[in-house]
Design a protein around this ligand. Structure first.
Ligand SMILES: Cc1cc2nc3c(=O)[nH]c(=O)nc-3n(C[C@H](O)[C@H](O)[C@H](O)COP(=O)(O)O)c2cc1C
Length: 456
């Protein structure tokens, strides 16, 4: 088996992803507003040789019918949530190899503003940046915050395709590779024949101008996507080099993985040109008993109300207002659909009852797979899961910060390395080369973005 890609899932808020673990006496995540909290975590991840830190984001927050959900505020779930973008420069300054993947939504800022910010970060990180392209999980509240209406689900993805086109036009089309001259004696900074105005007029976005920066190490950041709805998978097939999928039953994850690879092939790309990483919580300790005790402690901090608030923020669906004894399939949403679709029965199976969905969501959070046990147990489960689903790596959810990471680094990683499941050292200078060691720092020829390149 190939070494797995291993990234850490975090967001700028108090943890965790299952339950409110900030309240645990050993948890430091309530210090999320201090820079030193993040710089010490980033150093820890780099020292351990982990591939990247993913910072999730959304302008949205849990609310229903125009009202805040008390449990969300009381338990610190979905509120508060800060902006990851300003953090990355500070983290880049204290690390050399760790990659950073950041979420921004295609429904919030104009594409040229977003493209410029990512290009600047690609310079400052020496090519260690990736963009998780989402259409927005908490779309309703994010739209209202920006003074806009919620755009319908599939239309959001149509707009996202056009948004990516604008971004690729700017990143790939403005500067030729050798446009930067920097000749001090001649007083030539750049060659005017090699810097180009670009023009894009799509169905939703228009731009006339340039990306006002010389080419960065990757030009286009590593393109990542995280929405697993049918339309989301189609978008991923066209655009994404990596996809984050939610965990859960291996059969459901395997179907998702197949769907994404088929979408890539339908878009004229090789099936393996997309790396797929699954969100998972890894709880380990020297013995299985101790690990299960940690799991029980985690569940004791996870309430129905807190779980329902996060679910509502993501999907717009209030599980606590639905009949607990009816199947979830009675419901539809124009907000994020992955966390509904993951519960709709597949292959003729009946959809679960609302009460079972709430309990499952309370226990597993938005990303679904929970592996608990001794380091060998967890490594066994990881191996089985990878064989059953075809995923290329894991996006590791926080439980207790930093304890979950210490357990991972001290107990689990050595076992994974022994089995050849985790790489022992960093390869490649840029994040793209970390994901695709056989390729270079730029978009490959098989990606449609390659055609946007000026002076090829
Ligand atoms: C591991 C993982 C990370 C995600 N990170 C984000 C994020 O940072 N921001 C966001 O809006 N959605 C994120 N999502 C996706 C949302 O859950 C949601 O499904 C999506 O934004 C809406 O698209 P969909 O309708 O295709 O599901 C993530 C999903 C997964 C599995």
């Amino acid at each position: 088996m190939q070494p797995l890609l291993l990234g850490i899932f975090q967001y700028i808020g108090p943890n965790g992803t299952v339950g409110s673990s900030w309240q645990h006496p050993d948890d430091t995540s309530a210090e999320f507003t201090t820079l030193s909290h993040w710089t010490s975590l980033a150093r820890k991840f780099e020292d351990a040789g982990l591939d990247f830190l993913f910072l999730a984001d959304s302008y949205g927050f849990p609310a229903l019918d125009g009202r805040l959900i008390p449990a969300s505020v009381r338990e610190g779930r979905g509120i508060p949530h800060g902006d990851p973008m300003p953090l990355v420069s500070a983290l880049a300054a204290v690390t050399e190899k760790l990659g950073f993947i950041l979420t921004t939504s295609t429904t919030v800022e104009p594409p040229a503003a977003n493209a410029r910010r990512f290009a600047t970060l690609d310079h400052f990180t020496d090519g260690r940046i990736g963009w998780n392209i989402v259409t927005g999980s908490s779309g309703g509240t994010a739209a209202a915050l920006m003074g806009k209406e919620l755009i319908r689900h599939d239309l959001r993805y149509d707009m996202a395709d056009d948004y990516v086109d604008v971004s690729l036009t700017l990143w790939e089309g403005s500067w030729e590779d050798d446009a930067l001259v920097l000749d001090r004696e001649a007083g030539v900074y750049a060659d005017p024949d090699k810097v180009h105005l670009v023009h894009h007029e799509g169905p939703y976005f228009r731009t006339d101008g340039i990306l006002n920066l010389p080419p960065s190490p990757q030009r286009t950041p590593l393109l990542v996507q995280a929405g697993a709805s049918g339309r989301g998978r189609e978008f991923a097939g066209r655009n994404a080099e990596a996809v984050f999928v939610g965990g859960g039953e291996p059969t459901v994850v395997a179907a998702n993985v197949r769907g994404i690879r088929e979408s890539a092939v339908a878009a004229g790309r090789p099936a393996d040109s997309v790396k797929i990483l699954v969100g998972a919580l890894l709880i380990t300790a020297p013995t299985a008993e101790e690990a299960w005790a940690k799991h029980a402690e985690m569940l004791a901090m996870s309430t129905d109300e807190g779980a329902a608030a996060i679910y509502a923020g993501n999907t717009g669906i209030d599980l606590l207002a639905l009949d607990p004894d009816k199947p979830i399939s009675q419901t539809r949403t124009e907000m994020g659909q992955s966390n509904l679709e993951r519960y709709l029965g597949r292959d003729g199976q009946a959809a679960p009852l609302v009460r079972d969905v709430l309990e499952n969501f309370r226990r597993t959070g938005i990303n679904g797979s929970v592996f608990v046990g001794s380091p060998d147990d967890v490594a066994d489960r990881i191996e089985e899961f990878v064989a059953a689903t075809g995923v290329d790596g894991f996006l590791i959810q926080p439980h207790l910060t930093p304890q979950t990471y210490d357990d991972l680094i001290e107990l689990l990683l050595p076992v994974l390395r022994e089995r050849g499941l985790a790489s022992a050292e960093y390869s490649g200078d840029t994040l793209r080369e970390r994901f695709f060691p056989e390729g270079g720092p730029h978009l490959p020829e098989t990606h449609r973005g390659h055609a946007f390149r000026v002076g090829r």
